[in-house]
Design a protein around this ligand. Structure first.
Ligand code: SF4
Length: 729
C-alpha cells in the first residue's frame, strides 16, 4: 500500500451525503431585511479574494444579516463586490471543515477520522520535531496563499524554516513582478499602482478587469471611462473591457510581445516617446531603438493579425495622452514561458511614455509606518528555498512552487514535510496531479489548513479546520497604496463547530514545539492593540471605525525634473538589461512565435468570472446561486463543425488523453475559431464540496504543455490545446 493515498474526502459524509443542493442552499439563505431586533456591526476585511476590502458585518439580535463595504475605506471605494457581499455564505456553508481530521486505515483503505485538537497538534509537533532533528527544520516547507498565512509563516520561521512558496508567484504574477523589477527597480505592487482614474489612455493586454472583480481597480477604470478615457484592449476574446473600448485588437494568441515591440518601434521611429523622461531616467535607448527596428508594424501584422495602421494609430493615441497613459501590467502573467520578457516590454513601453510615477500613469505607493511587535529574532535558516532547485531560475524573487514540488518527490527528497495553508494545489498548479501524488507518497508529514474540504485536503495526514474570516482576528491591513490606511479584521462570531483561528492554532503548535517566547499573547487582540498604540490609535478605536486613513508623507508622483535613483544596479530604468545579459539571457525582449495548434485542437483560453474567486468560492451557497458552473465559449464555426449548440454539454480532451468533466457550451462570436474559453475554478472532485462537486470543467487538469520561464520559473499555461470528446452512445 502507498504511504499516503489520495482520499476523495467523501468518507465522512454519512447521512448528509443524500442532501440535495436545495437543502444546502436553504441552510444558508441570507437573512431578509431586519425586523425589530437590535442591530449591531463589527468591522472586517473581506477574505473572499486577496484584495482586502474593508467591510462591516451587520447582525440583528446576534444573527448574521449582511456584509457591506466600510464607507471610509478608500481602498475599496466603500463598496464590496459581488463575492464580498457573498461573504455570509463562507460562514454559513454547511460543508465547512468542522473538526481536525487524521488519516487512518480502515479495512485496508485509507480514510480520515475526527480527532481532538490536542491529538492532531501533538502528532504534527512530534513529526516536525523529528524532521528538525533528522534533516533540519528547513526541510519543512510551507505552501500558502492568503492573508491568514502570516500566522503560519511566523510559526515556521520561529521553528527555523524559511522554506516557502506560493502559487501567486510562479502561477500568477511572478513574471510581471520580476520583469518590472529588472526594468524599473520596483514591482507593479499589489494592489496595482496604476493611476487609472487620472489616465487619458489605458491599454489592457489580456487583462480582464470587470471579469476579475478587483474592486478598487474596477471602480477606477469605470471612473476613467466616465471621463472619456481612450481604452485599448488587446485580447483574442471580446471580453467585458473589450466591449467598453475605443480600440479592440483581437490579437492572435501568443503574439502580444510582437505587438509591444511594434508599438515601441512606432514611438521611437516617429519620435513620439517622452525624450526628456527617457534621457533623464533611462539607460539603453540606443540599443532599444536598434532592437525594435525589425519589429515594423508591417512585419508584426503578419504575426498578430493587427493591421499596421491600427498599430500606428494606437501607438499615437498612447503618445498623445502621455504621461497620463497606463499600459496595464496585468496580473495573471504566466502565459507562454517568455513572460518576464513580455512584462519587461510592458515596463519599457511605460518608460518610453514617461508614465512610471507620473500622474495618470502610475503613482508611488505609501503605507503606514508601523513598528513590529517585539519578539526574539528568528533562528537563521541554513538552507534557502532556492537550494531545492540549485542553478535554476536566477531571478526568482520568491519560492517557485513547481520547483519545490519536484524537490519533494522520492525517498531522498529535499523536503520532508509540507504545511499547506489556504491553497488548493490540484487546481492551482497546472497538470500537477501525478506529482502531488508522488510527493504525498514521499513526504513524512502533510498538514493542510483550510476552511473547506478542498481537493488538497485529500493528500493530508492531518487536516486542520480554520474558522472563516468572520470568526477571527488577523493582522492589520497595511498595504502600500495611494492613500495610506489601516483596517481591522476582528471576529463577528465565535468560531463555528471545532474550527479555530490561525493565530490560536499556531500558538498551540508553537507551545508544543517549545516556541512559547514567539507567542507571548493570550489573545491576538493584545498584539494588535500594542501595534495600534504605536501609531496613536487603539483597538477600541479600530473596533468602532474599522478603517483609519492617514495623510501621505511623501509625494504621490515624481516632481518635475526630480532627480531619482531607481532601485536597479545602474540607478536608472534599464531598457537594456545588463543583469539579464550577465546571466546569459537576452538583454532585450525578443519575440518567439507560439507553437502551431494541431489540427482538430483549439487553444485553451481561461480566465475569471465576476461571481467567483477561482475554486475558492465555488461551493459558497450564495455565490453558487449566481454562477453554479463554468461555460465553454465556442465560436459558431467550430460549433457547427462539431454539431454543438448553446446549452449542450461536452467533455474536453488534452493531447495526452486527459478528459475533463462535462461543461456547458455557449456558442458566441466573442471568441475566434482558433480557441475556446472557460472560467477557471470549477470541476471540483472533492465530494464533500456538495454543491460544486462535478459542476463544470477544470482547465488545470487539461494542461500538459507547460512553458517554464527560464528567468524566474513561472509556469506558462497558454500553450495548451484541447479538442472535443464525444460521449459514447
Ligand atoms: Fe472581497 Fe470583492 Fe474586495 Fe475581493 S474585491 S476583497 S472579494 S469585496
Amino acid at each position: 500500500m502507498k504511504r499516503r493515498e489520495f482520499i476523495k474526502v467523501s468518507t465522512l459524509l454519512s447521512a448528509s451525503a443524500a442532501a440535495t443542493p436545495s437543502f444546502l442552499l436553504g441552510g444558508c439563505a441570507a437573512k431578509p431585511l431586519p425586523g425589530t431586533g437590535v442591530i449591531s456591526s463589527t468591522p472586517t476585511i473581506c477574505d473572499m479574494c486577496f484584495w482586502k476590502c474593508a467591510g462591516q458585518v451587520f447582525k440583528e439580535d446576534d444573527e448574521l444579516w449582511k456584509i457591506t463595504g466600510n464607507p471610509d475605506d478608500l481602498h475599496s471605494g466603500g463598496r464590496l463586490c459581488t463575492r464580498g457581499t457573498g461573504g455570509p455564505g463562507a460562514y454559513l456553508d454547511p460543508d465547512r471543515l468542522k473538526t481536525p481530521l487524521m488519516r487512518t486505515t480502515v479495512n485496508g483503505s485509507q480514510t480520515f477520522r475526527p480527532a481532538s485538537w490536542d491529538e492532531a497538534l501533538d502528532y504534527i509537533a512530534a513529526k516536525m520535531q523529528s524532521i528538525a532533528e533528522t534533516a533540519g527544520p528547513e526541510r519543512m516547507l510551507m505552501l500558502n496563499h492568503g492573508a491568514g498565512s502570516s500566522h503560519f509563516r511566523h510559526l515556521m520561521r520561529a521553528y527555523g524554516s524559511d522554506s516557502h512558496a506560493e502559487p501567486a508567484f510562479a502561477q500568477c504574477r511572478g513574471p510581471r513582478d520580476v520583469g518590472f523589477k529588472l526594468t524599473l527597480g520596483e514591482s507593479a505592487s499589489s494592489p496595482e499602482r496604476t493611476d487609472m482614474a487620472n489616465a487619458r489612455c489605458i491599454v489592457l493586454l489580456g487583462s480582464h478587469i470587470g471579469e476579475n472583480l478587483h474592486n478598487g481597480q474596477v471602480q477606477t477604470l469605470a471612473e476613467a471611462l466616465n471621463k472619456d478615457v481612450t481604452l485599448i484592449t488587446v485580447d483574442p476574446r471580446f471580453s467585458v473591457p473589450a466591449g467598453k473600448s475605443k480600440y479592440w485588437l483581437p490579437i492572435k494568441p501568443g503574439t502580444d510581445l510582437a505587438l509591444l515591440l511594434a508599438w515601441m518601434n512606432v514611438l521611437i521611429d516617429e519620435e513620439l516617446y517622452d525624450k526628456d523622461y527617457v534621457e533623464r531616467y533611462t539607460i539603453g535607448i540606443e540599443q532599444l531603438a536598434k532592437h525594435v527596428r525589425e519589429y515594423s508594424p508591417e512585419w508584426v501584422y503578419l504575426e498578430t493579425g493587427i493591421k499596421p495602421d491600427v498599430i500606428r494609430e494606437t501607438a499615437r493615441e498612447m503618445a498623445k495622452a502621455s504621461p497620463a497613459t497606463v499600459v496595464h501590467p496585468g496580473r495573471h502573467a504566466t502565459w507562454y514561458g517568455d513572460d518576464t520578457q513580455r512584462s519587461r516590454a510592458i515596463a519599457m513601453l511605460n518608460a518610453l511614455l514617461g508614465s512610471w510615477n507620473r500622474k495618470g500613469g502610475f503613482y508611488i505607493p505609501e503605507k503606514v509606518t508601523m513598528p513590529n511587535y517585539p519578539l526574539p529574532d528568528y533562528p537563521k535558516p541554513k538552507i534557502k528555498t532556492a537550494d531545492a532547485y540549485p542553478g535554476k531560475w536566477p531571478f526568482a524573487s520568491q519560492g517557485v512552487t513547481n520547483g519545490v514540488i519536484d524537490a519533494s518527490i522520492g525517498d531522498d527528497s529535499f523536503f520532508k514535510g509540507w504545511l499547506v495553508y489556504g491553497t488548493n494545489l490540484p487546481q492551482t498548479i497546472p497538470g500537477v496531479g501525478s506529482k502531488l501524488a508522488a510527493a504525498a507518497d514521499s513526504l513524512e508529514l502533510v498538514v493542510v489548513v483550510e476552511t473547506m474540504p478542498s481537493e488538497m485536503t485529500g493528500y493530508a495526514d492531518v487536516i486542520l479546520p480554520e474558522c472563516t474570516f468572520l470568526e477571527r482576528y488577523d493582522d492589520l491591513r497595511n498595504s502600500g497604496e495611494r492613500h495610506p490606511s489601516i483596517a481591522l479584521r476582528m471576529p463577528a462570531f465565535e468560531p463555528k463547530y471545532e474550527s479555530k483561528p490561525g493565530w490560536w492554532i499556531t500558538k498551540q503548535l508553537g507551545h508544543k514545539l517549545g516556541l512559547d517566547e514567539y507567542f507571548p499573547w493570550d489573545d491576538y487582540a493584545e498584539k494588535i492593540e500594542w501595534q495600534l498604540q504605536q501609531i496613536g490609535s487603539s483597538l477600541d478605536e479600530m473596533q468602532k471605525i474599522g478603517v483609519k486613513n492617514f495623510e501621505r508623507k511623501t509625494p504621490l508622483y515624481f516632481r518635475d525634473g526630480e532627480r531619482v535613483r531607481f532601485r536597479t544596479p545602474s540607478g536608472k530604468i534599464e531598457l537594456y538589461s545588463k543583469q539579464l545579459a550577465e546571466k546569459g539571457f537576452d538583454p532585450m525582449p525578443r519575440y518567439t512565435p507560439p507553437e502551431p495548434v494541431p489540427k482538430g485542437f483549439y487553444r485553451l483560453n481561461y480566465g475569471r468570472m465576476p461571481a467567483h474567486t477561482f475554486g475558492k468560492t465555488a461551493n459558497n451557497p450564495l455565490l453558487f446561486q449566481l454562477a453554479p458552473e463554468n461555460q465553454l465559449w465556442v465560436n459558431p464555426l467550430v460549433a457547427s463543425e462539431w454539431s454543438l449548440e448553446s446549452g449542450d454539454y461536452v467533455r474536453l480532451g488534452s493531447p495526452t488523453g486527459v478528459v475533463s468533466n462535462k461543461v456547458r457550451v455557449r456558442v458566441t462570436e466573442r471568441i475566434g475559431p482558433d480557441s475556446v474559453f472557460m472560467a477557471h475554478g470549477f470541476g471540483h472532485k472533492s465530494k464533500r464540496l456538495r454543491l460544486t462537486a462535478g459542476a463544470g470543467a477544470d482547465d488545470s487538469e487539461l494542461m500538459s504543455n507547460i512553458k517554464i520561464d527560464p528567468i524566474m520559473g513561472g509556469t506558462g499555461m497558454r500553450a495548451n490545446v484541447v479538442t472535443f470528446v464525444k460521449e459514447q452512445a
